[in-house]
Design a protein around this ligand. Structure first.
Ligand SMILES: [Zn+2]
Length: 299
């Protein structure tokens, strides 16, 4: 409160002096105007920086920044040079991971030491299309053998996309528009459907890499509420290179403990037609890749 009074007095005085001077002096040249503009800009910047002390929730931004700095100090204290050594000069992550920005989904749930290991791409609704460049960077430049799409239960983006979001801002509407789910189902069914669509889009985009066996695309649902009754906090795989039948997924070499990423993609030629036929953006049936896979599997 005190600060704002001083700020108001400063401005009253400043404007008063300026108006008296304006009456007495000839008009300012451009250099003088620019100097005044910079002084005013700096005063406003200082004022705004101080304002942050009292804004926001949980004690304001100051308390949050202090909390983050404390957390980082602990991290520095407990991680010596040997921790950073393996990835000082270059990164070679094992997986490109596309997940939702939701704060309840963090990479520690997938990997105890994700540093240098997971190339993380995050956005609302774990989408390929709204982060295409980042996903491509992971798959093609960093050459990760795995592209993992992680959806999650109780997803606010899915909830929003399944309802009326016409009142949202244009940037948010643009991202929600890309989520192809039916209206009226904000739950697990739509979460899975969206993950399957993302896998399909990824397989279309990286068809060459997938069919050559260099890339495996996996879709999963992170279940921090145990909605799927398979364990709270569990990552449940629901789609492997277009295969969505749990029984078929369970049989894949990929799911065996001694498997390497290369073994799972041996089954890929059966999905070749599914990849080519799947429309890139249309809301296709969730079952389409699975049916193709089942038919092929019976051969
Ligand atoms: Zn989400």
């Amino acid at each position: 409160m005190k600060r704002s009074i001083w700020f108001a007095l400063f401005w009253a005085l400043f404007l008063g002096v300026m108006s008296v001077r304006a009456a007495e002096l000839p008009p300012m040249n451009d250099a003088e105007k620019e100097r005044i503009r910079l002084i005013v800009k700096e005063a406003i910047r200082e004022y705004a920086a101080n304002l942050n002390d009292k804004q926001g929730r949980d004690g304001g931004a100051k308390a949050i920044v202090q909390g983050i700095l404390n957390g980082n100090r602990n991290f520095v204290r407990t991680h010596g040079p040997s921790y950073f050594k393996p990835f000082l000069d270059r990164q070679s992550p094992r997986a490109t991971v596309v997940t939702c920005s939701d704060s309840r989904i963090q990479d520690q749930a997938l990997d105890a030491s994700p540093d240098g290991d997971l190339f993380m791409v995050r956005n609302i609704g774990n989408q390929i299309a709204t982060a295409e460049g980042s996903v491509e960077f992971g798959v093609r430049h960093l050459q990760t053998p795995l592209l993992l799409v992680v959806g999650h239960v109780a997803c606010d983006a899915i909830k929003a996309a399944s309802g009326d979001y016409s009142q949202e801002s244009a940037p948010i509407r643009r991202e929600l528009d890309m989520i192809q789910i039916p209206k009226g189902d904000p739950g697990l069914g739509s979460v899975k459907l969206n993950v399957n669509h993302q896998v399909r889009d990824a397989m279309n985009k990286f068809e060459k890499e997938v069919l050559s066996g260099r890339l495996t695309v996996v879709g999963a649902v992170y279940d921090f509420k145990n909605e799927m009754k398979l364990g709270q906090g569990r990552l449940n795989l629901i789609n492997v290179n277009g295969e969505t039948d749990p029984a078929q997924i369970a049989k894949l070499d990929l799911m065996r403990e001694d498997a390497s990423h290369k073994t799972a993609v041996r089954a890929l030629p059966r999905y070749r037609s599914a990849v080519r036929k799947a429309p890139a953006k249309a809301a296709a049936s969730e079952e389409e890749p699975a049916q193709t896979g089942k038919k092929a599997a019976s051969h």
